[in-house]
Write a protein that binds this ligand. Structure first.
Ligand SMILES: NC(=O)c1ccc[n+]([C@@H]2O[C@H](COP(=O)([O-])OP(=O)(O)OC[C@H]3O[C@@H](n4cnc5c(N)ncnc54)[C@H](O)[C@@H]3O)[C@@H](O)[C@H]2O)c1
Length: 272
């Protein structure tokens, strides 16, 4: 089969949460560039307007809706909006998420007291779990009835390599929030298979985005992560577009309950 058929997303309606920046914006961009109608959802009105302007320049069919993924009613309204506009939704990237700060070590390998369990606030725990984990549950609750009614659909979460390994430089709360996403992908893929609903995730290693105040934009901050990756490189958002296209397209028709790791080999362990 030709690549243009294997990876065809033309005419799909795709919803992306956390689409105004970073990885979500890259997902929206690759979907639109390949002929999908894309509904961008984000809580940051200014960033959303800017993202739409940027992507709109390509002439793609794009719309935006301000919504907070931690609020069920806000999410419902945004999805209703997309359905009213396009008649249906085919694929959802449940991507919005936040950092929980550094882990129990700093980049030099010294203890970082602020990241140690006894010093983490319950407020941070609640905020991160609500944004990174509960939001996936709420997104499923919002879109699954629609998918069941329309004979299927795809949900692609953004988890993290933190879902499957312990962390030192990244907060334990963040790792916990993503481990739960990894579990949900398997659990709900199993439950929803009979309705032709595929549930998968993209699990990136560190990616240069605006997350955590954009700290990975600093060469000094990303050095330990580059060192830990056997390929000695961390991801740009473009490095995630191939996996996104694959999981939204006919090429992955029988793939469900899986996480695609994109991490320069980090989860294999240091190589030199
Ligand atoms: N950057 C990384 O190193 C990395 C690695 C692995 C996984 N991830 C995951 O990728 C996803 C995207 O992160 P990113 O790195 O692109 O970050 P980013 O900060 O560049 O973009 C995240 C977007 O999500 C939006 N958002 C945050 N909370 C929201 C909410 N409650 N409702 C609606 N929108 C909300 C923000 O406004 C922002 O536009 C997150 O789930 C993150 O955990 C990131």
């Amino acid at each position: 089969m030709k690549a243009e058929n294997l990876f065809n997303v033309r005419g799909q309606t795709v919803v992306v949460t956390g689409a105004a920046s970073g990885i979500g914006l890259a997902y929206a961009s690759v979907m639109a560039a390949n002929g999908a109608h894309v509904e961008l959802i984000d809580r940051d009105a200014q960033a959303l307007a800017q993202a739409l302007e940027e992507l709109g320049a390509t002439g793609a069919q794009l719309h935006g809706k301000i919504a907070d993924v931690t609020q069920p009613e806000s999410l419902r309204q945004a999805f209703d909006h997309a359905i009213a506009r396009h008649g249906r939704i085919d694929t959802v990237f449940a991507n919005a998420g936040i950092s929980a700060g550094p882990g129990f070590l700093n980049g030099a390998g010294e203890r970082n007291p602020a990241g140690e369990v006894e010093n983490l606030s319950v407020e941070l725990w609640d905020r991160v779990i609500a944004t990174n984990t509960r939001s996936i549950f709420l997104t499923l609750q919002t879109v699954v009835p629609h998918f069941k009614q329309h004979g299927g659909g795809r949900i692609i979460a953004t988890s993290s390599i933190s879902a499957s390994k312990t962390e030192t430089l990244v907060s334990s709360i963040y790792a916990t929030s993503k481990a739960a996403v990894g579990y949900m992908v398997r659990q709900y893929a199993h439950e929803l298979a009979r309705y032709n609903i595929l549930v998968n995730a993209i699990a990136p290693g560190p990616v240069i985005t605006n997350i955590g105040g954009g700290r990975l934009k600093s060469p000094q901050a990303r050095a330990p992560f580059e060192q830990a990756a056997p390929l000695h490189s961390i991801c740009t958002v473009e490095d995630l577009q191939g996996a996104a296209l694959f999981l939204a397209s006919p090429a992955s028709r029988l793939i469900t309950g899986q996480q695609i790791i994109v991490d320069g080999g980090t989860t294999l362990g240091p190589a030199d």
